[in-house]
Design a protein around this ligand. Structure first.
Ligand SMILES: [Cu+2]
Length: 176
């Protein structure tokens, strides 16, 4: 594992956001340029200018809405919890490892064995290991394979797990 790889993966979201902001700037400036043009040139097509201008304003508003949604997701979105399903007394859930953990939050019952089936799709060495410090588990995850991680939570609580370098996180909610 190398730190550069970790940093690069975490920066993807930020870069995405930056691109959106640049895009917004471009749309806004082109829209205002159009407005200035409208005043200076009294061409015969003057009346047809209105529609593209409305379109540009629409695009700007649409772009703004899109960026707001993205910003909201980036800052405030909370992971959805998935309840583990019990079969033969074992609470099981599959977790896909691909640029993070999905579902990133799993709910289980206290005092019953848990089997998390990690399906690793991401070739990045960043995600080749999963750590459960509270359960003293450090498990290697083979690429394109399913690796079970088993433990029995005895205490109600919120338990975080992470990749080998503590960059990607998931959590287990243990309830009564
Ligand atoms: Cu990592």
């Amino acid at each position: 594992m190398n730190t550069g790889e970790h940093t690069a993966m975490l920066k993807i979201k930020l870069i995405n956001l930056t691109i959106s902001l640049i895009l917004l700037g471009t749309i806004a400036s082109s829209a205002s340029a159009e407005m200035t043009e409208e005043h200076s040139t009294r061409s015969p097509q003057f009346q047809t200018v209105e529609q593209p201008l409305a379109l540009k304003i629409g695009l700007t508003v649409g772009g703004l809405a899109l960026i707001s949604a993205q910003l909201w997701w980036f800052l405030f979105s909370k992971p959805k919890s998935q309840q583990a399903e019990t079969s033969n007394g074992i609470q099981e859930v599959s977790i896909t490892v691909d640029g993070g953990y999905s579902p990133s939050l799993v709910t289980v019952k206290r005092g019953q064995p848990v089997r998390l089936k990690f399906v690793r799709r991401d070739p990045s060495s960043c995600l080749d290991k999963v750590l459960f410090p509270d359960f003293h588990i450090a498990q290697d995850l083979a690429l394109n394979a399913t690796t079970p991680v088993e433990f029995t939570p005895q205490t109600v609580g919120h338990y975080q797990y992470s990749c080998g370098m503590n960059m990607f996180h998931g959590a287990i909610d243990v309830k009564e």
